[in-house]
Design a binder for this molecule. Sequence first.
Ligand SMILES: Cc1cc2nc3c(=O)[nH]c(=O)nc-3n(C[C@H](O)[C@H](O)[C@H](O)COP(=O)(O)OP(=O)(O)OC[C@H]3O[C@@H](n4cnc5c(N)ncnc54)[C@H](O)[C@@H]3O)c2cc1C
Length: 299
Amino acid sequence: MADMIDVREGDKRMIYDAAVVGTGPAGLSAALNLKIHNKSFIWIGSKELSGKVEKAELVRNYPGLPAISGAALNEAFRTHAAQMGLEIHEAMVNMIVPMKDHYALSAGADFFEAKAVVLATGVAAVGALPGEEALVGRGVSYCATCDGGLYRGKTIAAVVNNPRFEHEVKYLAELAAKVYFLPTYKNPGDMPGNVERPAARAAGIEGEARVSGVTLANGETLSVDGVFCLRDAISLSALMPKLAAEDGHIAVDRHMATNLNGVFAAGDCTGRPYQYAKAVGEGNTAAHSVIEYLASKEK
Ligand SMILES: Cc1cc2nc3c(=O)[nH]c(=O)nc-3n(C[C@H](O)[C@H](O)[C@H](O)COP(=O)(O)OP(=O)(O)OC[C@H]3O[C@@H](n4cnc5c(N)ncnc54)[C@H](O)[C@@H]3O)c2cc1C
């Protein structure tokens, strides 16, 4: 059961047993097992579950389902999650901060606290732009809801890799005087009048103490006060700076434990082969490791 702690007088916040970050096969498997073991947890990601599963034309290597389309497999995952009463908090986790003996997760405008964390974020071409990581928190933001208000009446750029974030660009356009919309995909949707779509894609972010501009692939520089990078994934170093990595993946042992106490990882984010069966197996192992970890803390 989750503990309740006083954060401020009159404000009680829940510390979950665990937080599962990511809604692909690895995250689903971890969430199912935590649910079966009656743990309190928050599951954060996309209600679509996984774009990667949805896109697979034909899956032939998933045991028991000899020839299933990715869309049908994703639908089966969604049905399973719903039947088990699992709920998804739709948001991107943009930072996880260690507290004394638990973790605080920032997800959109919300904060959650959990004793253990399962990272099941998949791998995505995160596509950090040159200059981006050095300017995080100094004009580079990953969350329109959290930071949009800082740019009222200002000029900003939004680098977007998935149409599902277009509503966030529209929200930013309500606050900022001008938004340069820089999608990395074809056929973006219509935008309000103060949103301009430059002819070339973003190539880098410039600035010394703070962001001053975005360079484009055609050599032009746009002068901006801030840049919102709205993507399906966040680089591991931005998400959890002290997490150990190996060859660009999260380093784990065979219990899916990372170098950080109480933090486990599963699926594509831990390395190749990038496969459903591996992701599901690792999600299962990570959930069992969380259960053992929680039991060891209670002793
Ligand atoms: C076209 C295609 C075909 C494929 N075919 C096959 C196949 O036939 N057989 C096979 O075994 N494998 C196949 N794969 C590989 C398979 O899709 C992956 O191995 C599998 O989806 C990995 O699962 P995962 O849960 O680790 O990550 P993903 O499925 O990538 O899920 C990760 C989820 O986490 C979310 N997320 C990421 N960061 C955050 C964050 N900070 N906060 C909240 N949520 C976050 C993402 O939005 C995503 O929803 C295919 C992949 C593709 C692209």
